[in-house]
Design a protein around this ligand. Structure first.
Ligand code: UDP
Length: 413
């Protein structure tokens, strides 16, 4: 049977795979645990699904642990998430105590023994208060745009984050004032996953038929959790402007992440905004609909990710990998992925979005050219192999720091 690394060889290149194997050799024996707060839904779960099996194929003993929380806990962590991205949050002491208490309970129940513990995002950030001695190196990975956080919330989180040996941010602008090395690592996609693997035209057609989406007009697609930062209402507004003059269809696809309690409210707002408009499909898909999303992205003519705040925005890379031009909000990591005028367009408003959609509808040949370039850009920068290499480099740096404990400089990998 072909291993995943062997299957990645023709996609990422054999030199890349050889390098990963050589780097892993330098670290063995080594164990690693990634921690987050949901196994399904959202970019982090997507990332971990792809990377865990590869660690193990490289001979690194890697596990993925998920913390458990109740409704109140996820309300608090969603408010924290929003506050890190600049929204005001009103989190009183009882709520923060509850958040800490849930972290304490998880710390008691889960086994986090490993050489490296990588804690993703704010939900499990306080585990370190209770776990410090059990793991050897603790790294906090922040997937959120934390460039302008609500000060009170960041002060609270910083109390935990500063205890880590290092932190990882997705962009230089997100890095914070912290007393430890900060690494800059871009997220990535797994080209072998159901979300990204090649599909035949028949497979794509079968999914579109099953989902009841007509292909009578060019399709504009946005795939996102129903979250105000993803600006689904702005997408509908842009579509409304375009649709008045040019035939097209808008497909808005969302799902629920178990750690995002805001979804149903935003979905209701989207339903209201779309009410009475022709040629809009709103789809609420179960969280494991990776294959369906893959097909939808392949069926689309233009992919939109009109976020107004964004950690990274994996959907942009997913769309680019499928050879599609992307119109993205000029926010967070979207700016890193999308080459303006080369692989798509960066936009700042529904009007700008409408203008670019119309342009691409009128010039499908330009969209195709952009898509080709986009795929190669992803091959070079945003595949899981590159993410693994960055992690390996970081860990080698830690190892070589030896008794001194940790590398003493901020490193851009
Ligand atoms: N996604 C999904 N179903 C949905 C909405 C999103 O599988 O209904 C996936 C999407 O394809 C991407 C991830 O969830 O892989 C979202 O990651 P992104 O970084 O774009 O946003 P996040 O949700 O992490 O803010």
């Amino acid at each position: 049977m072909t291993t995943r690394l062997e299957a990645l060889d023709p996609i990422a290149g054999s030199m890349v795979i050889d390098q990963l194997r050589r780097m892993a050799e330098r670290l063995k024996p080594m164990s690693l645990v990634h921690i987050n707060s949901t196994r399904i839904g959202g970019g982090v779960a997507e990332l971990l699904n792809g990377i865990i099996p590869l660690w193990n194929e490289l001979g690194i003993d890697a596990r993925w642990e998920v913390i458990q929380g109740d409704q109140a806990f996820f309300e608090v962590t969603k408010a924290m998430h929003n506050a890190l991205q600049g929204f005001r949050a009103n989190l009183g002491k009882p709520l923060l105590d509850h958040y800490i208490e849930i972290n304490r309970r998880n710390a008691e129940e889960l086994d986090f023994e490993a050489d490296f513990v990588v804690v993703n995002d704010p939900q499990p950030a306080y585990l370190i208060e209770f776990m410090r001695k059990r793991g050897k190196k603790w790294i906090w990975r922040c997937h959120i745009d934390a460039s302008r956080p609500d000060r009170k919330v960041w002060r609270f989180l910083r109390e935990a984050v500063k205890q880590y040996d290092a932190s990882i941010f997705s962009m230089p602008g997100f890095a914070r004032n912290l007393p430890h090395p900060q690494y800059l690592l871009y997220p990535s996609i797994d080209p072998l996953s159901d979300k990204n693997r090649e599909l035949s035209a028949e497979e794509v057609t079968a999914v579109m038929d099953r989902l009841g989406i007509e292909r009578d007009k060019p399709i504009i697609l946005q795939v996102s959790r129903f979250d105000s930062f993803k600006d689904p209402l702005g997408v509908i507004e842009a579509f409304r402007m375009v649709h008045a003059h040019t035939p097209c269809r808008l497909v808005l696809v969302g799902g629920e992440a178990t750690d995002d309690p805001e979804g149903p409210r935003i979905y209701a707002e989207v339903q209201e905004a779309a009410h009475g408009l022709a040629d809009i499909n709103l789809l609420l898909l179960p969280p494991e609909s990776h294959y369906e999303i893959n097909a939808l992205q392949r069926a689309a003519d233009i992919i939109v990710q009109k976020s107004v705040r964004e950690g990274f925005g994996l959907t942009v890379t997913e769309a680019m990998w499928k050879g599609k031009p992307v119109i993205g909000g000029a926010a967070g990591g979207i700016v890193l992925q999308l080459r303006n005028f080369r692989t798509g367009f960066l936009v700042y408003s529904p009007e700008g979005c409408a203008l670019r959609i119309r342009y691409l509808l009128r010039h499908p040949d330009v969209g195709k050219r952009m898509g080709k370039f986009a795929r190669e850009f992803v091959r070079n920068h945003f595949l899981v192999t590159r993410n693994l290499r960055d992690y390996l480099s970081m860990m080698i740096l830690f190892r070589s720091a030896g008794d001194r404990g940790r590398p003493d400089r901020t490193v851009v990998l």
